[in-house]
Design a protein around this ligand. Sequence first.
Ligand code: ZN
Length: 162
Amino acid sequence: MKIEANKVVAFHYTVNDGGPVPVDSSRDRGEPLTVLIGQGNIIPGLENALLGREAGEQFEVSVAPAEAYGERRANYTQRVPKKYFQDAENLRPGMSTVLQTQEAGSRMVVVHKIGSSVIDVDLNHPLAGKTLVFDVEITEVRDATPEEIAHRHAHGAGGHEH
Ligand code: ZN
């Protein structure tokens, strides 16, 4: 069965950004990532690389920033009251954290500077501007259920838990 829209794919991956250690790996968690294809649930460059492949295939793909987390924007910082951070007291400059906003939902930011009542954050995604190299092993391809298509995500192990 080939990967296309409305298939659910389970795959192991390791991703590198050129640094000394991988950025992330599904193997550290012991179970593959499970995604519904065709809904933008993963970055476009990785989804496109999966299309047309089948279970058992292994490949490496290099994804440019435009197809991953976008280019870095200069001076893309914002001053935010500490109350919007769950873990404000433990944050240090350079650390990544999740900012909860009513307008934008939750988003990953990098701490830039810490004041007494506010924190300056860099709104660029931590992986913005980086070319990412994915090592992928496809473990399963199946049809999505009507419920998964309605929810726009995969259910079950490695997918969305309700
Ligand atoms: Zn669901």
